[in-house]
Design a protein around this ligand. Structure first.
Ligand code: ZN
Length: 502
């Protein structure tokens, strides 16, 4: 028994080293996007590559493998439930890390760096053919990875499982088919109404001249109020908002636009949702699965729940409206609370860009990408045919086509980094968020009145207990089932969108 326990302590110490080194790399990445002098990109690249190499060496260390094997060889009952979770997840991660040859890992890193620049130039020139060879190479690498690591039914399953353990293309297919059947007619109805309003000459609210320092202060106040702990985190500015870090050091970023204060506000609330999830993971278990998120869909469910279900609600705006007015008396003179709430919930028919999409249209963008990735991996679609397939699917889903490849097939950065299988997490996160929200509303009586008074602790406490404290014990399906009593599905998201926008 003592031996097994010693092996378990050794395993935890080894996992902690991987985690701590990884967090150094994360911090370098954060700094690159927030603070880096223009000439320092190559130097930072060297630092990050070396740290990545060290992380890989720690993650594949024979001593880690030996401790893991000793834990697995322990007699039944020697490890408790928590330890069993840690050992099972460590095995999965260790096998993933050791089965990939270092040569393939560095080839992917090199290709991603070249492909990123090629993608940026191709997007600006609206020239898909210039990017196509890089996409071919990434697909070939992804297939090789799947061969080396093994996969479920199809190579695409590995790409998905990487971001969301336990998920497969077949399971997503079932969920997305259900979503599409309800979403497309709903979007058509909402689009028609928005276009009729536009035809009547109703223009969206124009917001102008919102002082950046005042925006920064408001964003901080709001994110702190919903529960982000600034004693263990901070907020900075970057080109694209993101959240980085873990434990006691969470870094949120946003961007400010004097003529669009809602952009900084909602992107910050979104990133704070990710940050609060990380802050709620039990830090005494850092480095183990007990202190890791359940997957990207679960992560996205936390950011979306705060951003959409909470912060776009009427109840939230009863609290936020006066806060906003106090921060910006000048620019908001003559603007009613009703207009502000409507601006926060505006839908934009015909938008072809995913990152600018409202929450109604957003999921159509994901259905499109999932369908194309699936066909690419299956060999049913060739890279050269991708732009035509993209445009045709846009026509089916949105009722219109992008004007050029820059607002079509070339718009997202993901494929330049070989990040296949990531897109579905966004919509699965939306589904989970809607289901968690329905469960929270049913169990926490009067929760919306809390929001009206700027009180969010009850909701956060519930999420802490039901989701955050559980770490990576369950996949998205098991988590949703346990918390809500229902299987992960499209019903709650469709009902939520119908209620708010229908
Ligand atoms: Zn997110």
């Amino acid at each position: 028994m003592a031996n097994e326990l010693a092996a378990y302590s050794e395993l935890r110490a080894r996992l902690k080293r991987v985690h701590v080194l990884g967090s150094v790399g994360g911090l370098l990445g954060w700094d690159e996007q927030v603070n880096l002098p223009p000439a320092a990109a190559a130097q930072r690249g060297e630092q990050m590559a070396l740290v990545a190499e060290l992380v890989h060496a720690e993650a594949t260390a024979p001593a880690l493998g030996a401790a893991l094997a000793a834990c697995e060889a322990a007699p039944a009952g020697a490890l408790d439930e928590e330890a069993s979770v840690v050992v099972a997840a460590a095995r999965r991660d260790f096998d993933r890390a050791t089965k990939l040859p270092a040569e393939l890992v560095s080839e992917k890193a090199r290709l991603s760096s070249e492909a990123y620049h090629a993608w940026a130039a191709a997007r600006a020139a609206r020239d898909f053919a210039a990017f196509a060879p890089y996409l071919e190479k990434h697909l070939a690498l992804a297939r090789r990875e799947a061969e080396l690591l093994g996969y479920g039914e199809r190579p695409y399953d590995l790409a998905i499982d990487r971001h969301d353990p336990g998920l497969t293309a077949a399971r997503i297919d079932t969920l997305f088919t259900e979503l599409r059947a309800g979403l497309v007619p709903l979007v058509r109805r909402i689009d028609a109404r928005a276009e009729a309003a536009r035809a009547r000459g109703e223009a969206p609210l124009a917001l102008k001249g919102f002082d950046i320092a005042a925006q920064r202060e408001l964003v901080r106040r709001v994110t702190e109020r919903i529960g982000f702990d600034y004693g263990r985190g901070r907020l900075d500015v970057s080109l694209h908002p993101f959240c980085e870090g873990s434990g006691d050091d969470l870094r949120l970023t946003t961007r400010f636009d004097a003529d669009n204060p809602l952009d900084a506000l909602y992107s910050s609330i979104h990133e704070a949702g990710h940050g609060m999830y990380e802050q709620g993971l039990p830090r005494e278990h850092a480095g183990t699965a007990l202190a890791q998120a359940a997957g990207m869909a679960a992560h996205e469910s936390q950011s979306r729940l705060w951003e959409n279900q909470v912060a776009r609600s009427r109840a939230f705006w009863r609290w936020l409206g006066p806060e906003l007015r106090a921060a910006f008396p000048g620019p908001l003179a003559g603007v009613s609370e009703e207009q502000l709430h409507a601006a926060a919930n505006a839908v934009e028919p015909g938008g072809m860009i995913r990152v600018d999409a409202d929450e109604v249209h957003y999921n159509l963008h994901i259905l499109l990408r999932f369908d194309l990735e699936k066909r690419l991996f299956a060999g049913a679609l060739r890279v050269a045919e991708l732009p035509a397939a993209w445009d045709a699917l846009c026509e089916e889903l949105f009722g219109r086509r992008p004007a050029h490849a820059g607002e079509g097939v070339l718009q997202d950065v993901h494929w330049s980094g070989g990040a296949f299988g990531y897109f579905p997490s966004y919509t699965l996160g939306n589904m989970m968020a809607a289901q968690l929200w329905a469960a929270a509303r049913a169990r926490l009586a009067g929760i919306e009145e809390n929001f009206s008074r700027g009180e969010f602790g009850r909701l956060l406490g519930w999420l802490r207990a039901e989701v955050h404290a559980r770490g990576r014990r369950e996949d998205a399906f098991a988590l949703t089932r346990r918390v809500t009593g229902e299987d992960l599905g499209a019903k709650a998201l469709l009902a939520y969108l119908e209620e708010r926008y229908g």
